[in-house]
Ligand binder design. Structure first.
Ligand code: NAD
Length: 366
């Protein structure tokens, strides 16, 4: 029986609430599919600060290192917001995890079922079939990490700040490879987003993506788009895209735009894949909901567990190579939601179910 060894970092506020339900769904699938689950829970974020004095305790990091994947909840909230920026749960837990495991590829599905189009700020006639696209964001390079990164006072007394955008060809090639794998599992259509009319890094980006796809994936239909146009096209007609690939800052902005047009954060999951391989020879990855800890609804038992459940599906697919149970979970979530089981965030003000009942409805569809 295959054993799935993963770290469970539930985090704060609604993190543990949705994680408990996601693990229940995962446990059900595992029993049906003959898989042995070996989850190890550890504190992270505010829970790490409270219990160990650090958002990413050493003991948590060791558990992650000994695992094949990380199932992450979300971290942070009002309880810790007076801490200095560097000690804030999100910054002090997620960024070091990304760095430690070189999580360079962020895969964000933008999925809105046709039955939920009313949740999107876009007019329903623009998205009659809902939305189904994927954004792949480079996560460890570019403007957020390049040096020099500093603020200085100039001889004339003025103050100047500098950020540096750097990309190497090898960094662009490895994210292009991830995009190709994703595009091949869908419509084989890839759009690379850059700002090649202004930025040197984008000129290299476009050249590298073009050459890499021509050399390694002639079956993929590749197009390029400038980032300002992409921001507009996403709201004009998101389904003109299938898979998008872009650098760190553009991806940060576009993937948030994508989350908004998809209606509720409670439905969106994400995967961050590492450069390293796990003990199965597959990408080590961190899997988490796109949303945060939702302190406004924490403790009420009404948070939507779907994003966390869908994160489990992404983990099965990417870090354990288990496509069938992953697809079964995705179909069960879709079936439960379209069948009428809806938490408050996706119920259009109508009757809604709580976190646990939502998970029950998903399990019933499995
Ligand atoms: P948020 O995503 O937590 O909440 C925004 C809105 O979406 C809220 O109205 C919330 O109720 C709703 N929402 C989010 N997830 C939901 C779910 N599963 N079910 C139903 N509704 C849901 O963003 P915020 O309020 O800006 O941030 C709250 C805290 O979360 C902050 O401390 C922030 O730093 C942290 N945060 C953490 C992560 C992470 O851990 N990756 C990401 C974003 C924000």
């Amino acid at each position: 029986m295959p054993t799935l060894k993963f770290a469970v970092l539930a985090g704060d506020y609604i993190g543990p609430e949705v994680m408990a339900e996601a693990l229940r769904v995962l446990g059900h699938v595992a029993r049906q599919e003959g898989l042995a689950l070996a989850p190890t829970a550890a504190d992270v974020g505010g829970a790490g600060i409270d219990n160990h004095g650090k958002a990413l305790p050493d003991s948590t990091l060791r558990i992650c290192e000994a695992s094949d994947a990380i199932l992450f909840g979300s971290v942070g909230g009002p309880k810790w917001e007076k801490l200095p920026p560097k000690e804030q749960p999100e910054r002090a837990a997620l960024l070091p995890l990304r760095k430690h495991f070189t999580l360079f590829a962020n895969i964000r599905p933008g999925l809105l079922y046709p039955e939920l189009t009313g949740l999107s700020p876009l007019k329903s006639e623009r998205i009659p079939d809902g939305i189904d696209i994927v954004c792949i964001r480079e996560l460890t390079g570019g403007l957020y990490f390049g040096k020099p990164k500093e603020t200085t006072t100039l001889p004339d007394g003025d103050v100047q700040a500098v950020d540096t955008m750097i990309y190497r060809r090898s960094e662009i090639e490895r994210i292009t490879e991830t995009a190709i794998v994703t595009a091949r599992s869908r419509k084989k259509k890839l759009c690379s987003i850059d700002k090649a009319n202004v930025l040197e890094t984008s000129v290299l980006w476009r050249k590298t993506v073009t050459e890499y796809v021509a050399r390694n994936a002639p079956d993929i239909e590749l197009s390029h788009m400038l980032v300002d146009n992409a921001a507009m096209q996403l709201v004009r007609g998101p389904n003109q895209f299938d898979v998008l690939v872009t650098e760190n800052m553009f991806g940060d902005i576009l993937s948030d735009e994508m989350a908004v047009i998809c209606g509720s954060l409670g439905m969106l999951s994400s995967a961050s894949l590492g450069a390293g391989r796990n003990s199965l020879g597959l990408p080590f990855g961190l899997y988490e909901p796109a949303g945060g800890t939702a302190p406004d609804i924490a403790g009420k038992g009404i948070a939507n567990p779907c994003a966390q459940v869908l994160s489990c599906a992404l983990m099965l697919r990417h870090s354990f190579g288990l496509e069938k149970p992953a697809a079964r979970i995705e179909a069960a979530v879709r079936g439960a939601v379209t069948g009428g089981s809806r938490t408050a965030d996706i119920s259009f003000g109508g009757a809604s179910v709580g976190t646990r009942a939502m998970a029950d409805a998903i399990i019933a569809r499995l």
